[in-house]
Design a binder for this molecule. Sequence first.
Ligand code: FAD
Length: 356
Amino acid sequence: MQAAPRAVRKRAFASREGILAVTFEIQEQVDLSPYNSFGVTQMAAFFADIQDPADLPQAREFAASRRLPVLVLGQGSNTLFINDFPGLVLYMNNRGREMLPGAGMVRAAAGENWHELVKFCLENSLYGIENLALIPGTVGAAPIQNIGAYGVELEQFFVELEAFDLKTGEIRHMSRVDCQFAYRDSIFKQDPSQKLVVLAVTLQLTLEPALQLSYAGLKEALAGQEATPHSVFDAVCAIRSSKLPDPKKIGNAGSFFKNPVISRSKLMSLREFYPELPAWDTEDADLVKLPAAWLLDQKGWKGKRRGGAAVHEDHALVLVNRDNATGEDVVLLAQDMSSSILQAFGVALQTEVRII
Ligand SMILES: Cc1cc2nc3c(=O)[nH]c(=O)nc-3n(C[C@H](O)[C@H](O)[C@H](O)COP(=O)(O)OP(=O)(O)OC[C@H]3O[C@@H](n4cnc5c(N)ncnc54)[C@H](O)[C@@H]3O)c2cc1C
């Protein structure tokens, strides 16, 4: 993915009330390829680079006056465009991080880079999120799918978020309970009628190290050295860099599918045919989570291609833009993959990536 260019043109626009004063920048017909980690080319009819949330009421008015759909975008690392977007893209680019008076509390603007926030916390001796190092994307997108990795999820440290409500034009504050976090899920994904633009997120971290080393690969990577938040951070970065394709070099959005959750009784019947089938416990004793990558591996998906899209040679869960793929190439490949898993195991795969 190339570095996203900044919007440069200032434009006046008409609303029901007449011509509005121009205080924020808006562009027409913007190529979205620098704004999505698959690097697919689709156009946005209108595009606003939101560096100051104070511009959002005008952006809202602009979209309402033209009856445009609105799409909120961070760094596009969990988004796949299969069509041009006929409305207004709000590219969240507001910045700022601060330590709050409460011990261990930190607040960051939605447009901040997530990994940079993890580093900032570590540098300020605030601990807990080092397992989430190097997850691409913005702070504002982190609650949308409750980002998680190596045994840690955002919700464990989440206090609240501040959001601009596109329906009412009001500012809302949402707690952890309001967000209804679950595995790669939240109210924002469950209820598309929620038209909220996350402006900032507040986290409560710990002043004492609280290491989470349950992930086997992490324990192995730390063998022979003292486990500290800094060594965990370094180990997570090293594992991720060695295992996951870098979207700057080859377009991808990390795991394309979620790990499916099935009943324990279904697991028992599957294990009659596949005794090696791995499974993890969940908080619900009747449900288990299966590794989607293992299922896809059994069906030989690694390296398979469709048009310009391909399954990564080393990761059956990661779809890549191998050769000028369109969003449709990626989706058709994903559909073939999930059909084959449904047919073979009777297990439905759900996409983690948001398809627009
Ligand atoms: C190589 C790679 C590895 C990855 N590994 C992981 C991983 O280990 N764990 C994990 O959880 N994810 C992972 N991901 C997915 C991705 O990094 C996260 O989902 C991240 O939070 C997306 O951030 P973004 O800013 O790019 O979001 P975008 O793709 O821009 O947006 C994602 C969704 O959030 C919405 N959104 C974005 N910003 C806002 C906002 N300010 N207000 C309201 N809605 C908003 C968008 O409308 C969209 O629905 C990986 C991706 C890649 C490319």
